[in-house]
Design a protein around this ligand. Structure first.
Ligand code: CCH
Length: 281
């Protein structure tokens, strides 16, 4: 067992489990980033409810929100880092029972981004977990607070302004779609956004601005594909180039990788901290 508070040991163990040849494109990184984002993205600045504190995605109805489909796998992959899989196992250095799920899920997102070549994300511990015995319905955010990929710029703004983000921050955060892929059995959509889904990069913006995106011809939900039907964009991704205020930042990040890395790190760090009580010094 690691020393309580040894977050570097947790980061190292997260980095060590990422490589998984039989999972998607061979890395757990993308789905762990999505877990960190969905745990945090329920925040409502007005009512100060939702957010990563509490790790309420373990409970209904949040665990059953359609937007969270597939994240049960991400949570299960992290379980051995906190709790030994079998009680008969020797307690080993890789177990960190002292960390809260809320800190673990957000730190795993941060560690994954860094391990996939992304920027260092500001992250602070201090989240606590609601207990399954005493959690109240009012502690759990209602379903429907996460974005719906079939919609447009207005919806994207409604969702992210609710959390307290600006247009520039929305575009920067969306650059995380350089990572991972869509799965028909989870969201109904299919395919990766980039040719390098395990590599954090500004490729999402480069591709958004250079590819001739066209509607995919299929029976599934409306999505966009490149002429070879290898890559994809969601309607909400396309909204970022169809809306002039968003498009301005897409073009900046397509040209300037360093600006994207800097702005993403700041916005993602802010996202993970929404609703986390911090005592002012
Ligand atoms: Fe996302 N995302 N996302 N996304 N997302 C999906 C997958 C990932 C939307 C919809 C989807 C962010 C913003 C948005 C990741 C990170 C971020 C999927 C496919 C949909 C649909 C799920 C599936 O089928 O497995 C929408 C809509 C928005 C905003 O409007 C933001 C912000 C972030 C992080 C900062 C990552 C990473 C994935 C890949 C997951 C994987 O399993 O590969």
């Amino acid at each position: 067992m690691s020393r309580s508070g040894d977050y570097d040991a947790v980061r190292a163990d997260v980095a060590a489990i990422l490589k998984k040849p039989d999972w998607d494109d061979g890395s757990l990184g993308p789905v762990l980033v999505r877990l960190a984002w969905h745990a945090s993205g329920t925040y409502d600045a007005k009512s100060r409810t939702g957010g990563s504190n509490g790790a309420t995605m373990r409970f209904k109805p949040e665990s059953t929100d359609g937007a969270n489909a597939g994240l049960e796998h991400a949570r299960a992959f992290l379980e051995p880092i906190k709790t030994p899989a079998r009680a008969c196992l020797e307690p080993s250095k890789t177990k960190h029972p002292w960390i809260s799920y809320a800190d673990l899920w957000t730190l795993a997102g941060v560690a994954s981004i860094e391990a996939m070549g992304g920027p260092k994300i500001p992250w602070k511990p201090g989240r606590t977990d609601k207990s399954p015995q005493t959690v109240k319905a009012a502690d759990i955010p209602p379903n429907g607070r996460l974005p719906d990929a079939s919609q447009g710029a207005k919806h994207v703004r409604d969702i992210f302004y609710r959390m307290g983000f600006s247009d520039q921050e929305i575009v920067a955060l969306s650059g995380a779609h350089a990572l991972g892929r869509c799965h028909t059995e989870r969201s109904g959509y299919t395919g990766p956004w980039t040719y390098t889904p395990n590599r954090f990069s500004n490729q999402y913006f480069v591709l958004l601005t250079t590819v001739q995106w066209q509607k995919k011809k299929w029976d599934g939900p409306e999505q966009y594909v490149d002429p070879d039907d290898e890559l994809m964009m969601l309607p909400t991704d396309m909204a970022l180039i169809w809306d002039p205020a968003f498009e301005k930042y897409v073009r900046i990040y397509a040209k300037d990788k360093d600006a994207f890395f800097r702005d993403f790190a700041a916005a993602f760090g802010k996202l993970l901290d929404l609703g986390v009580p911090r005592t002012k010094i």
